[in-house]
Design a protein around this ligand. Structure first.
Ligand code: ADP
Length: 498
């Protein structure tokens, strides 16, 4: 271990990763029924990090049975909302108390800089738990005045949707898992969580904390395994009432099909090709810094990464030059090195895919304005890249890359209609960012952009702000009141008063 690697929580994280991991079903750690395990790798070295249980159809059956049982158990279904809240607050406290260990584990498993995990992913997961805990006591229906003949007492009840399968990706494994688990438990559902096969570690560690927090057995279940096995089995299972998924648009499409059998409720948070628009009056320094952060954070592995940059021609050279400088100066390395600003991407396959997009763009005539930083010898590292001169038909400009690759374009006048049309020229509609100090332009443009979240002069996520996509970026919203509503059914009760 090098000195730079000595970070808080590392020892516990390595010890946890090295332990034998099972599946968490019905309140117990159990062996996968077929007894199989799969290796996960440290993306900074390519070395095997841990072995996780490979959940198959029969394990999914057991997890669904346990979750169904929990939905029949008065210890859960009749639990007072304030107690559900308390359990979630307790879980938040436990996660906060283990923040170093979780951040170190995320860093080992996913590759992201320790600092990012410690100061963004883990605190955000804690906030998600606390925010959703607050909702548990506020899930009220309404009384309704009816207009038909007679006298009526009518009201709505908000009831948990039931057993929910939650399938999460590898780019922010803990935060993505908690963004789903917290509202589902606050709503009173029973959960089966399936983390990505590349990054199951923090979900496994979280399951231990959930077990200690005191939720009744079967309320939370964890099945590790592969998408096409455990994931597909969950999405097709007749005992599952709802699927929530974050991942690729391609898999989202498969999930919709698989869910039709019993008309599962489906929430999908899928890909993006977020436009970042720098208007003529923008604060150029802040816009440049924001544009670079938006595409290079987490090595571009963010569904909402600002991968298309539209800059007014007056500032185009300055902004592109500025973002290129950030790319060139980025210190690329393992997540544990104290000076690392960008870690590896998740896998060799993903690295090759990203490089394929860059090469394809250059071969089709794009100009490489920056391909920055020295790459360490081992691991799945990619250079932060800025391209100009792309055309609308190039794959690098059209498709979600999920890597640190920016396509920069200029626009000639501040015609909002035209700017919005260019920004909207994508199958995706997850996010958009505007940099401007012109209040009217900001709000007019925000209205014209076809995106689930529009941010002006800044970025960030908040548990209270609904997040989700227009168009092929998904169905439904996570976070905020809408995020918890997605785990509730509305029941109308109407009684004739005789
Ligand atoms: P990414 O592009 O981020 O790798 P994927 O959409 O491939 O995203 O994977 C996200 C999650 O979806 C992972 O947990 C993965 O195991 C799961 N998954 C992949 N394929 C399927 C499938 N056919 N059915 C259900 N889940 C799947």
């Amino acid at each position: 271990m090098t000195e730079a690697e000595i970070v808080p929580g590392l020892e516990q994280a390595r010890a946890f990763a090295a332990a034998k991991h099972g599946l968490f079903i019905g309140g117990q750690w159990v062996e996968p029924l077929a007894g199989e395990r799969f290796a996960t790798r440290d993306p900074a070295t390519g070395a095997v990090l841990a072995k996780a249980a490979r959940g198959l159809t029969e394990d999914v059956d057991a997890a669904v049975a346990a979750a169904r049982k929990a939905m029949d158990n008065p210890a859960w279904t009749e639990m007072k909302p304030s107690v559900r809240a308390l359990l979630l607050f307790r879980l938040a406290d436990a996660l906060e108390a283990h923040a170093d260990e979780f951040a170190a584990l995320e860093c080992l498993d996913n590759g992201k800089p320790f600092r990012d995990a410690r100061f963004f992913d883990v605190p955000y997961a804690v906030e998600l738990l606390r925010y959703n805990a607050g909702w548990a006591t506020k899930l009220n229906g309404e009384s309704i005045a009816l207009s038909g003949p007679g006298t009526w007492h009518a009201y709505t009840l908000k009831e948990p949707v039931g057993v929910v399968a939650q399938i999460v990706p590898w780019n922010a494994p803990l935060a993505m898992a908690v963004a789903k688990v917290a509202p589902a438990l606050a709503a009173g559902c029973a959960v089966i969580l399936k983390p990505a096969e590349e990054t199951p570690m923090t979900a496994l560690r979280l399951a231990h904390l959930i077990a200690e927090a005191g939720f009744p057995e079967g309320v939370f279940n964890l099945v590790t395994g592969f998408g096409e096995q455990a994931g597909a089995a969950l999405t097709a299972h007749p005992g599952v009432d709802k699927v929530t998924f974050t991942g690729s648009t391609e898999v989202g499409r498969m999930i919709i099909k698989a869910a039709t059998g019993n008309f599962k409720r489906v929430t999908l948070e899928l890909g993006g090709k977020t436009p970042v628009i720098v208007m003529p009056d923008a604060d150029v320094a802040k816009a440049t810094e924001g544009a670079a952060r938006s595409i290079f954070a987490n090595a571009g592995q963010i569904c909402n990464a600002g991968s298309r940059l539209f800059v007014h021609e007056r500032h185009f050279e300055q902004v592109v030059e500025g973002v290129a400088k950030v790319a060139e100066a980025t210190k690329i390395g393992p997540g544990f090195a104290a000076d690392t600003q960008m870690g590896p991407v998740i896998s060799a396959q993903q690295r090759d895919r990203i490089e394929g997009y860059i090469k394809g763009g250059v071969a089709a005539g794009a100009t490489l304005r920056a391909s920055g930083g020295d790459l360490p010898g081992e691991g799945y590292f990619v250079k932060p890249t800025v391209l100009t001169g792309t055309s609308a038909d190039m794959a690098v400009r059209r498709e979600e890359i999920f890597g640190p690759v920016l396509c920069a374009m200029s626009f000639g006048d501040a015609d909002l209609e035209k700017i919005a049309a260019d920004a909207n020229a994508t199958d995706y509609g997850l996010g958009a960012v505007i940099w401007t100090n012109d209040l009217s332009a900001a709000h007019r443009l925000a209205k014209k952009l076809k995106a689930g979240t529009v941010r002006v002069n800044g970025g960030g996520l908040d548990p209270a702000l609904p997040f989700g996509g227009f168009k092929q970026s998904g169905w439904g919203r996570e976070n905020g009141r809408e995020g918890i509503d997605a785990y509730l059914e509305t029941k109308s009760v109407a009684m004739a008063l005789l």
